[in-house]
Design a protein around this ligand. Structure first.
Ligand code: SF4
Ligand code: SF4
Length: 173
């Protein structure tokens, strides 16, 4: 169980880094959500959250159990989310998007649609983001199937994407 906790800590560390990355990239809000709200007259919509992805791809593994326990201790179990948008099957989807700022499942954390990956390539020259690859990497971090050297390399590659975005943003100034 101790190693499951250490795996979860590493996973949450990467989640924090990826949250910084997605916050800087900011395509989902500016390139998808805001244009769609403008188009549809401010009607909430599900975007890519079209299933209960917080569990559909989760593995039967103690680390996934720990992730779910931590998520539910912070945000409550899905059936208790009172402001679910009802336009997504996922209870954690509210009218302002996903309520989970941490403790997302790997697929929820890793997912980028084709248009967002294209924007990452076109705007920042980052070609290394393969969402299925990131999903599996996150799963392996959580289950402990990724070695520590590979974890460090993966972690650094995430930090490198942040550096690339920050440098390009500074140049664009
Ligand atoms: S991943 Fe794609 S569909 Fe989902 S919110 Fe971002 S831009 Fe929109
Ligand atoms: S948990 Fe969040 S990211 Fe995952 S499907 Fe639900 S609303 Fe979307």
């Amino acid at each position: 169980m101790e190693s499951a906790r250490e795996n979860l800590e590493r996973y949450l560390d990467i989640e924090g880094i990826l949250n910084r990355f997605f916050g800087l990239f900011d395509f989902c809000l500016t390139g998808c959500v805001l244009p769609e709200l403008k188009r549809n007259g401010n009607q909430p919509f599900a975007a890519c959250c079209k299933d209960r992805y917080y569990k559909v791809y989760d593995l039967d593994h103690p680390s996934f159990d720990l992730l779910r326990e931590k998520r539910e201790s912070l945000y409550g179990p899905p059936e208790d989310v009172t402001d679910s948008s009802l336009i997504s099957p996922c209870e954690y989807h509210t009218s302002t998007g996903c309520v989970l700022t941490t403790c997302k499942s790997p697929i929820c954390l890793a997912f980028m649609c084709r248009k967002s990956i294209d924007a990452l390539r076109d705007d920042y020259g980052i070609y290394t983001y393969d969402y299925l690859g990131f999903n599996y990497a996150l799963e392996w971090i959580l289950t402990g199937d990724m070695s520590l050297p590979d974890y460090e390399e993966f972690r650094q590659s995430c930090l490198d994407m942040i550096n690339t975005i920050e440098k390009k943003s500074a140049l664009a100034g």
